[in-house]
Design a protein around this ligand. Sequence first.
Ligand SMILES: [Zn+2]
Ligand SMILES: [Zn+2]
Length: 374
Amino acid sequence: MPTDYYSVLGVERDASETGIKRAYRGLARKYHPDVAEDKVAAEAHFKEINEAYEILSDPQKRQQYDRFGSVPNGAGAPGGFGGFSSSEGISDIFDMFFGGARGGGGAQRAAGPERGSDLRYDLQITLEEAFTGVEREISFTHLGSCTTCAGSGAKPGTLVSRCDRCGGTGAMRSVRQTPLGQFVTQTTCTKCGGEGTFIPTPCETCRGRGRIERPRTLTVKIPAGVDDGSRIRVSGSGEGGTRGGPPGDLYVYLNVAPHRIFRREGNDLHIDVPVGFAQAALGATLEVASLDGPTPLTIGPGTQTGSLFRVRGKGMPTVRGSSRGDLLATVHVSVPTRLTRRGRELLEEYAAIESEHADDRTFFDRVKDAFRPE
Ligand SMILES: [Zn+2]
Ligand SMILES: [Zn+2]
């Protein structure tokens, strides 16, 4: 006598997809082997519920079941967790019990190869080095795969066995009844520390960890144009993997030290240029510092303090490409603090000429005039 899947889920034969899903969720919650009182009975029932759900939630299988009363090949091979093969069913269960946090914490099966962690190395370079590009040697310690046991953690010739406390899942669950309902708490297995495996005879070199701390020195090529906060990935130079997993990567985070005279903005460089007031008034060609040597800058007559001049192509190079940013020079007109005798004479002469030109009087001249004693 084949099982009546509709009565297993407790739904009518014309139940909707959502109705079936709702009934299934309710039953799965009630008969989940991890939460039920009588585990053996619950497990059998749970399997039946999943089988029914797998058939009835699939329109094609349901139709076949309605017509023939059975589905060829049954409801997926038994084994694993409750014996269902549809991945949707599995994620439904995990969403229900672990709030959708599958893969986080210890919920995943932790017995396969695992990639090593990435490492971060902070490196400070100068703006000049960022300008030209540089090779730097860096030294650090990382967890490398143990060569004695090839990363397995077990003494050569011995085996790693599955943890008997958690059955290899790496996690232990406990159920608590509260007035608000059942609470499932999941903790990391205390025997295997979440690994899911247990090493009866640990490797003597790495004491069963599979990895050992090793000093490492390598040369990092820093391309021209890198900026503060740029990072360079050195593939495979992070921590070694566990159980034969690949190593992680090393990330070199660059910190470009502030420069004495240049301020960087993207690929442009800013510089403050002091200019004598005669040069500013008459116009001049100056020599301005840039990272590849002095560069000429022409300022026109009557240049005001705070004026900005752009020297194209004299900024930082772009990391990938041949173009360069600009050099932006802000002119600061400086007033001499000390004058020579001759300089003073010339300036006084100039001041006298200037006051004759009433039209050229500045706002301050007019203010001064207003307060001049009669
Ligand atoms: Zn365990
Ligand atoms: Zn070892």
